[in-house]
Design a protein around this ligand. Structure first.
Ligand code: EPU
Length: 336
């Protein structure tokens, strides 16, 4: 039976609504519980109505992109997980190096179409899985440059359903103001490679970024890099020299291939992943006095308490109790 509070959402035109949706099937890490409700608006009108309705009825709503940088806890999400539908997947090449893109468009398709057009400016996103909207929300890219550098206009809705359109907005390393909104689409005006010299630079960059991807464990379920790089260092390097490659809790393991990745070797649980994250964080703090910040979004409806006893069987028995709660965690760690 449809829970009462979601009935009004079901009346929105062009919006698919499902209940008790297994979130592990919607994230690349393949862990996590169920969403009480998943809503899939296919048009901007449906998205606007959905935002206004959930806002008015105080129903928590989480915008999920490709699920490649998001981890839901085992308790799932007690609210609406919103995933943009078919009306947001288009990539239109409006002229030479200009593209108009829906937020649910595949980022790699956009990158490959831009490269076909000999347009520079998105090649550092090569191989990053996910949607354009998700990439904009987290300013995906490399350490030095992110997709927010390259976008010329973004539109969508604020948390209370007002339409916005911006050309400039605050962003930084793996941070973007856009995450506080519901992104609907974007325009990109890229750089034409109209000389042989520019074409050579672009193809060398493509080669280098392709090479960087090959050093990552892209064949196993993961959420990409788990931690942001600390100032002037690399989280992967620190975790590696700390000897944590291969350290595992349950089915979750610090990758042997790239230490800033945690891979899921089977039907892993989000709980184990959270312990592993806390353990790695604590080891790096103890050994190098560096506070690693999460790069992935860890989503829970409630604050979480991580008990030290949980790791007694493993070497992690020294893990201190950690409460993951909004006030003391990374801004990107979202508890709703
Ligand atoms: N390193 C190690 N051991 C490891 C992993 C890395 O010693 O296990 C060393 C490397 O040898 C290198 C340095 O650490 O000297 C940096 O590693 P890498 O070149 O792999 O880049 P990264 O800083 O770890 C960043 C982004 C990646 C992006 C790559 C390539 C962050 C947190 N990560 O990784 O983004 O793909 O550059 O451009 O900014 C992601 O966001 O999910 C992600 C994977």
């Amino acid at each position: 039976m449809t829970p009462r509070k979601y009935r009004k959402i079901q009346t929105i035109t062009d919006c698919e609504v499902r209940f008790d949706v297994d979130l592990s099937q919607h994230t690349s890490m393949k862990v996590g519980g169920k969403a009480a409700c998943m809503a899939i608006p296919h048009t901007e009108k449906a998205l606007e109505e959905l935002i206004k309705r959930t806002h008015k009825d105080k129903i928590p709503m989480f915008a999920l992109g490709g699920g490649t940088n998001t981890i839901f806890v085992d308790d799932g999400f007690d609210g609406v997980v919103m995933k943009l539908g078919s009306g947001f997947q288009d990539i239109r090449n409006t002229s030479g190096v200009r593209f108009t893109v829906g937020a649910a468009a595949d980022l790699n398709k956009l990158v490959s179409q831009s490269l076909k057009r000999q347009a520079a400016g998105l090649e550092y996103c090569l191989g990053i899985p996910g949607t354009v909207g998700g990439a904009l929300a987290g300013n995906a890219g490399t350490r030095g440059v992110g997709i927010c550098n390259s976008v010329s206009r973004v539109w969508g809705f604020t948390r209370d359903g007002e339409r916005y359109e911006v050309e400039k907005f605050p962003y930084g390393y793996r941070y973007s103001w856009l995450r506080t909104t519901y992104i609907a689409g974007a325009n990109f005006t890229l750089d034409p490679c109209d000389t042989e010299a520019k074409k050579a630079v672009l193809s060398e960059r493509v080669r280098l970024f392709g090479f960087a991807r090959r050093s990552q464990p892209y064949r196993f379920p993961s959420a990409g890099c788990i931690f942001k790089n600390p100032n002037n260092d690399s989280a992967g390097r620190l975790i590696d020299v700390a000897g944590l490659k291969g350290f595992s809790v349950g089915e979750l393991e610090v990758s042997e291939r790239h230490a800033n990745f945690i891979v899921n070797n089977g039907k892993g649980k989000a709980e184990d992943l959270v312990y592993l994250i806390c353990y790695v964080r604590q080891m790096i703090k103890e050994k190098y006095d560096v506070d690693l910040q999460l790069e992935v979004q860890l989503v829970s409806s409630h604050p979480m308490r991580v008990e030290p006893d949980r790791l007694k069987a493993a070497e992690g028995s020294r893990l201190k109790a950690t409460v993951l709660a909004p006030a003391e965690t990374d801004p990107i760690l979202s508890f709703i």
